[in-house]
Design a protein around this ligand. Structure first.
Ligand SMILES: [Zn+2]
Length: 101
């Protein structure tokens, strides 16, 4: 791994934000915002009435630290942190797999 200078105070490794709570794995579907990515998470919920699993998808805005730089199409791990902004309370902690594009 090459060292990248990181001045992001909301970075879980170099900043002062602490990881806690839920952890998810999802795919980056948007990297249009400067330091935010939208991560899509697939999950299933059980519906007792029909005794079936329902496939669901949720989109979570997550902070994208300078040293991680997740891009659209990447498979990433996100972790819950304290609220960073009005809509963000997750941070990208690592890239599991780089996207092709
Ligand atoms: Zn960093």
């Amino acid at each position: 791994m090459n060292e990248i200078e990181c001045h992001d105070k909301n970075c879980p490794i170099h900043g002062d934000i602490k990881i806690r709570g839920n952890k998810f794995i999802g795919k980056v579907v948007s990297d249009k915002a400067q330091k935010t990515v939208i991560v899509s998470i697939d999950y299933t919920t059980y519906v007792p009435k029909y005794e079936r699993y329902l496939r669901k998808r949720s989109r979570i805005p997550a902070h994208n630290p300078e040293c991680i730089k997740a891009k659209k199409g990447d498979l990433v791990e996100i972790n819950e942190v304290r609220k960073i902004s009005k809509t963000k309370s997750f941070v990208v902690t690592k890239i599991i797999e780089r996207g092709l594009a």
